[in-house]
Design a protein around this ligand. Structure first.
Ligand SMILES: NC(=O)c1ccc[n+]([C@@H]2O[C@H](COP(=O)([O-])OP(=O)(O)OC[C@H]3O[C@@H](n4cnc5c(N)ncnc54)[C@H](O)[C@@H]3O)[C@@H](O)[C@H]2O)c1
Length: 348
C-alpha cells in the first residue's frame, strides 16, 4: 500500500477544505456534527456539491446508504467525480462503501476528523455499513485515493469520543512490537490534546497499521494480529445497541483476551495489571457489561461458522506489545473469562 496516500496537514480544517473545494471534481459528504463544530470550514463548500450525513453508528446502515445513492443521482454527480468524506470512522466507512457502489466505483478520499478515524478507520481499505443484527456485515474492500490528516480538526471532539480512540491505540501498542506501550504509560493526560502528541500517536499508528497490513491489504487472512480485541468488541457493540463506542468495546475485548492469556500464563499478573491500568488511564472500560456476557459464547460460535473454519483464531497477548494467534482457544473459554471479569468489582 502506498504511504504517500496519507498526508499530514498542519494548517486549519477551514484552509484545507477551501483548497479541496476549489477542485470542481470533488463532491463532499460531511458528518452533520462536524459541520456544526466547524461551520467556517464547511461554508467553503458550494451547497450543490455537498451532502450532509446524519451522525453516529446508528446511521451507519443501508437506509442511509440508499438515501445517499439517491441524492448523488439527483445531484447528477458524474462518474468522474471524487467523493470526499469529512467526518469520523462512521463517515469514512460509509463514504468508502458508497464510492465503491456508485457507477460501480468512483474515486473516494477522506478527511478524517476524529482520533479514531485518523489512527485506524480511514487507514486500509475496509468499508462497511451495519446490518440491523450484525455490525459491518455489508461491506467491501475499497481503497481511497488519498487520506488527509488535518490534526487540528480533533480539537472539537467530545472528551469521551477522543479518549475512546485509545481503545484502538492501545490495541496497536499491544500488537506492534515497539515500545509504544511504554510511551502511552508515560504520557500525562494533560498532554492528550496537544497537537504534538496527537501527531506522534497518529503517525505511529498509521505507519504501524500499514506495516502490519503489508501485502495483506485486503485482509483476507482472518487470523491476523490486528483483530486483537475485536472478536468481543463487535458483539458487545451489537448487544449494547452501541451504548459503548467502538473504541470502548475494543477496550473490553482487550481486557477479556488479557484475562484468557493470564489464565494460560501467557502474561503475568503484573502485565495484566499494567494493561488494565492503561485502559483505565484513558477512561476505558476493563470489563464487559453484565448483560452482554450470556451472549458472547453464541456470537463467537457464529463467528467460527461465518469464517467457514473450525477455530476462532483468537488473538491473545504474550507480553506488553506482543500478541499471538491461538487456534486452541474455544468460545466457552473466552466466554468464561468474560463472565469472571464481569462479576469482579471495579477497582475503587
Ligand atoms: N474500516 C476500518 O478499518 C475501521 C477501523 C476501526 C473503526 N472503524 C469504524 O469507525 C467507526 C467509529 O469511528 P469514530 O469513533 O470516529 O465514530 P464517529 O464517526 O461516529 O464519530 C464520533 C462522533 O464524533 C462526531 N464528530 C466527528 N468529527 C468531529 C469533530 N472533529 N468534532 C466534533 N465532533 C465530531 C461524530 O458526529 C460522532 O458523533 C465505527 O463504525 C467502526 O466500526 C472502521
Amino acid at each position: 500500500m502506498d504511504r504517500s496516500f496519507y498526508r499530514f496537514i498542519q494548517g486549519s480544517l477551514a484552509d484545507h477544505v477551501a483548497t479541496l473545494a476549489a477542485q470542481r471534481e470533488n463532491f463532499f459528504i460531511v458528518d452533520s456534527n462536524l459541520a456544526l463544530a466547524h461551520p467556517e470550514a464547511i461554508s467553503a463548500i458550494p451547497a450543490a456539491r455537498s451532502l450532509s450525513l446524519p451522525p453516529g453508528e446508528i446511521n451507519k446502515n443501508i437506509v442511509t446508504l440508499q438515501t445517499l445513492l439517491d441524492a448523488l443521482r439527483e445531484a447528477k454527480v458524474s462518474r468522474r467525480a471524487r467523493l470526499i468524506g469529512i467526518g469520523g470512522g462512521v463517515t469514512t466507512d460509509l463514504v468508502g462503501l458508497l464510492g465503491s457502489l456508485y457507477f460501480r466505483g468512483i474515486e473516494v478520499a477522506y478527511v478524517p476528523t476524529t482520533m479514531l478515524a485518523m489512527v485506524d478507520a480511514a487507514i486500509g481499505g475496509k468499508v462497511a455499513v451495519n446490518h440491523p443484527r450484525q455490525k459491518n456485515l455489508i461491506g467491501a474492500f475499497y481503497h481511497p485515493v488519498g487520506v488527509d490528516l488535518v490534526l487540528a480538526a480533533t480539537a472539537t471532539q467530545l472528551t469521551r469520543d477522543h479518549y475512546g480512540a485509545y481503545g484502538e491505540i492501545i490495541k496497536m501498542a499491544m500488537v506492534d512490537q515497539t515500545d509504544f506501550f511504554r510511551r502511552l504509560e508515560e504520557v500525562h493526560v494533560s498532554e492528550l490534546r496537544d497537537l504534538r502528541w496527537i501527531e506522534e500517536v497518529v503517525h505511529h499508528c498509521v505507519l504501524s497499521k500499514l506495516r502490519l497490513l503489508g501485502d495483506n491489504c485486503f485482509e483476507r487472512d482472518l487470523s491476523r494480529e490486528l483483530n486483537f480485541g475485536h472478536s468481543i468488541a463487535h458483539p458487545v457493540e451489537d448487544i449494547t445497541g452501541f451504548s459503548l463506542s467502538h473504541g470502548e468495546a475494543v477496550a473490553v475485548g482487550i481486557a477479556v483476551a488479557t484475562r484468557v492469556a493470564r489464565q494460560r500464563s501467557f502474561v503475568s499478573d503484573g502485565e495484566e495489571y499494567r494493561i488494565n491500568a492503561l485502559l483505565a488511564k484513558f477512561g476505558l472500560p476493563q470489563r464487559p457489561p453484565v448483560a452482554t456476557v450470556q451472549h458472547i459464547r453464541n456470537h463467537l460460535e457464529r463467528l467460527i461458522l461465518q469464517r467457514g473454519g473450525d477455530t476462532l483464531h483468537y488473538v491473545v497477548p504474550v507480553g506488553l506489545g506482543r500478541v499471538k494467534v491461538c487456534d486452541d482457544i474455544s468460545p466457552s473459554e473466552v466466554s468464561e473469562a468474560a463472565r469472571q471479569l464481569a462479576s469482579e468489582k471495579s477497582p475503587a
